[in-house]
Design a protein around this ligand. Sequence first.
Ligand code: CMC
Length: 431
Amino acid sequence: MTSEKTNATLSFDDKTLELPMRSPSLGPDVIDIQKLYGQGGVFTYDPGFTSTASCESAITYIDGDKGELLYRGYPIDQLAEKSHFLEVCYLLLYGELPTAEQLNEFVPRVTRHTMLHEQMAYFYRGFRRDAHPMSIICGVQGAMSSFYHDSTDINDPWQREVASIRMIAKMPTVAAWAYKYSIGQPFIYPRNDLDYASNFLHMCFAVPAEEYVVDPIIARAMDRIFTLHADHEQNASTSTVRLAGSSGANPFACIAAGIACLWGPAHGGANEAALNMLREIGTVDRIPEYIARAKDKNDPFRLMGFGHRVYKNFDPRAKVMKQSADEVLGLMGIENNPTLQVAKELERIALEDPYFIEKKLYPNVDFYSGIILDAIGFPTSMFTPIFALARTVGWISQWKEMIADPTQKIGRPRQLYTGATHRDYVDVENR
Ligand code: CMC
């Protein structure tokens, strides 16, 4: 809920406009400029939406200065420590933590949908074996609208609900099969007796030839990675999902759009890029060279896994991730892993450097997640698909919230046009 406040006054040329202000339940006040063009004949200019709220939302809250992340009001560190991913899914989707009875009903409702339509196994075979798993999961996700067309009517709340549960349930299978396909191993079918994270690990690492037992500590670390990535308010991929959904596109297509956006190295692709960078640095003595490159205005290099559009203090997810990295690598007896040593030293040096202090650049969630995923046995190409798997519930929750919002309209930004003014066509022989 937001409340109305006194108006803001905007003066330009010979006009003075009164613009309503609104107070959110948390965070800075908002000037409502919806009527600005109608009343003042001007647009606002805000590339990258650095000062623009694009929607109302009651799902996730970030205080970038405090380094705080709340899902439906609950701090992320509490959820990562005490909850588990499917409970967090329920919270994000329906707004409250489930009672024991609600959870007992919800978990099998999801797991009942973990299998893919058998025809989809043939669909995978159309991809090259060396395709990036992100391109496969983006394609397979988009194709779901042709496999599950009984849940594409966005005006039917029941179909919206079924599509949502299907996507949360099937994403681990979609991602695991993309991995299996890339390494030439047979697809492993889901096992509904396992918890969400263990089932995913099983589908990735089991082979028909021998038994595979999921280590509960690894499953816990995997589950935490899912929880930490589950939602992050109006980030680029979520805004993409909302924009695609605002035209009335079906839910499977909207989530495919989100996956495509997530792939970029400035967003979800950063976890892959961060581990590649740590490996390229290789040894602690080479860190100063990379720090110098990151500070050099003429060098496009950036420290991957550092900095965030919203967090100007420590990313709270990075704290939990660092602790998880210590636990997982400790369990495996590889706490002296050179990549972890480089990561810790790089973090220490960067956090003492005036450049990073002044620009408030801290490690983000992707700085340590790659180290954990690598230790579990995932290739770097699977890092972003795992992020997509976890973020699916956030995208869906935000999409459902948007569809249910009576004020929702098609997203249609305006522009500051800088092209040619009106001119007449010239025949080709006269150009
Ligand atoms: N290394 C070195 N300098 C940096 C970095 C970095 N990682 N990030 C930002 N800066 C500098 C940048 O050069 C700029 O300097 P100046 O003001 O002198 O021009 C200043 O800090 C502000 O940067 P910006 O690009 O204007 O900030 P932004 O809010 O547009 O970008 C970001 C945020 C995450 C894209 C950026 O910090 C970045 O590229 N980081 C590396 C990629 C990364 O780790 N992304 C994962 C984000 S967390 C997961 C997710 O939510 O997807």
